[in-house]
Design a protein around this ligand. Structure first.
Ligand code: GLN
Length: 485
């Protein structure tokens, strides 16, 4: 068998049954990485030797677990005690973390093999990976197009079969949007479901780690392994982790699917609109009730998100001062000069824009008008969902308005780039889980481009969300499709 052309669970089972060894598996992936990473630029760093050594340990029976031998890619804003953790920023170009990110560690404890770290928009700020200091990642479905962002490298690595699953972080859509644009399942768990320890902070009240997979079942497995309380992250929830994998097979009865007009705008590509219709039909066929819900504050999501996220970013990124770690300028005249030149040289333009916006909205005189007001609107957005979930179990909506856009299409106008997140940011503001599932393909100039459908659910209701996602997966039937490289 070719270990690079299956699902994560399929590969896991094949390794466990010794149909293929972990060493053969890792070698096959490294071979593909050699061939396809240069044109796609998904990985920033690959850990050949470490991965082969762990594979040998799996084959010798020294490493066991539900992910034994499965090669995974991690976004390069997750600290690992090996290799570098750069956040795709010049600021951290040579940074070596002294500890491991809990989510990554949990995968490793379950036997997974981390193949490498993937490209992102610098510090996870962006929707296309065009803000990476190490070059953009290309979409494996069409190399002239973006893979989405900020976790574009993790999405492209999986779409191109350069790993069997990958990790992203989602502050305003950075798992769901690239999953949609690369034809994958991308899950943002409930805030607090997965530990953020060792994830380089962008906006701490919004950030959450989650998996990219080919299938919903694979997503359930990775979530299962990653979830749970972590004494090292006080915002991780101390509530039991359900059996996501086992519960996937439970029947769905009495399901109510919510549709909100705020997400079904004319701006949606016709292919997206049709995919929603098909999903609605699929749910009805399985006995679900479709209810209309109102999310009246949806339109305030983007401005609210870009105030809250930049405010938190300006505070979180204050630590990169050239003193303790990260880039330090040469021959500073004094301490202020050291700070300002280190930061001017280390950060890229989008990161600087966010820091300035965030510092502005937090500054005396503007705090009440912007930051405080945004917090109030955030509460209203959360209230919209609370009300909607009295009437339905999940809201069905698009992940993005259409398929992947071209490089450069939105870089001249930051606002247009920000608007790309209209359907994803509200889940982060409300803290609720969201999953993007492949919903079909748009054909643009003869090229097939994936689109995604999104399901938003109640807090800690990932189990049901995954079962609902499986309905779309079965109906759309595109999870087995791969781009021609
Ligand atoms: N695209 C959004 C932003 O630029 C979301 C990023 C993310 O989720 N990390 O902030």
């Amino acid at each position: 068998m070719d270990p690079t052309q299956t699902t994560l669970i399929g590969l896991r089972d094949a390794i466990a049954a010794r149909k293929v060894s972990a060493t053969e598996t890792v070698k096959a992936y490294l071979h593909r990485i050699d061939r396809y990473n240069p044109p796609i630029n998904a990985y920033h760093e690959v850990y050949d030797d470490l991965a082969l050594k762990r594979a040998a340990d799996v084959d010798a029976g020294n490493i066991k677990g539900p992910l034994a031998g499965v090669p995974i890619a991690a976004k390069d804003n997750m600290c690992t005690s090996y290799g570098r953790t750069t956040c795709s920023s010049r600021m951290l170009e040579n940074f070596r973390a002294p500890y491991d990110c809990t989510a990554v560690k949990k995968l490793e404890d379950a036997g997974a093999i981390i193949l490498g770290k993937t490209i992102l928009d610098e510090f996870a700020m962006g929707s296309s990976t065009e803000n990476s200091a190490f070059g953009p990642t290309r979409n494996p479905w069409d190399r002239d197009r973006v893979p989405g962002g900020s976790s574009g490298g993790s999405a492209a690595a999986l779409a191109a079969d350069l790993c069997a699953g990958s990790l992203g972080s989602d502050t305003g859509g950075s798992i769901r949007q690239p999953a949609a644009l690369c034809g994958l399942v991308g899950l943002k768990p409930t805030y607090g479901r997965v530990s953020r320890y060792g994830l380089v902070a962008f906006a701490s009240s919004l950030d959450q780690i989650g998996p990219f997979t080919r299938t919903v079942a694979d997503s359930a497995l990775l979530l299962q392994v990653m979830s749970g309380h972590d004494p090292l992250d006080s915002t991780s929830a101390d509530i039991p982790v359900p059996d996501y994998v086992g519960e996937l097979n439970q029947p769905l009865t009495g399901v109510r699917i919510g549709l909100a007009k705020q997400y079904l705008s004319d701006a949606n590509d016709p292919v997206v609109a049709k995919a929603i219709d098909d999903a609605v039909a699929a749910f009805k066929k399985r006995g679900a009730t479709i209810v209309e819900v109102d999310l009246p504050h949806t339109q305030y999501g983007i401005p609210t998100y870009y105030i809250v996220a930049t405010a938190e970013a300006s505070s979180n990124l204050a630590r990169y001062d050239g003193v303790r770690y990260g880039h330090r300028t040469e021959h500073p005249e004094d301490l202020i000069d050291l700070y300002s030149r280190s930061r001017a040289e280390g950060f890229g333009p989008e990161v600087k824009r966010r820091i300035m916006l965030g510092t502005y909205v937090l500054s005396s005189g503007y705090y009440d008008a912007y930051y405080l007001r945004a917090l109030k609107v955030r509460r209203l957005i959360k209230g919209d969902f609370d009300k909607a979930f009295e009437k339905c179990d999940a809201v069905l909506c698009p992940t993005t308005t259409g398929p992947a856009f071209r490089f450069g299409e939105k870089t001249d106008n930051p606002l247009e780039m920000y608007l790309n997140d209209v359907y994803t940011v509200n889940a982060n503001l409300a803290g609720i889980p969201g999953v993007s599932v492949p919903g079909g393909f748009a054909t643009v100039n003869g090229t097939k481009l994936p689109i995604g459908l999104q399901l938003l659910g109640k807090v800690f209701d990932e189990s049901r969300l995954l079962r609902l996602a499986a309905v779309i997966e079965a109906e759309a039937g595109c999870s087995a499709q791969r781009p021609k490289l």
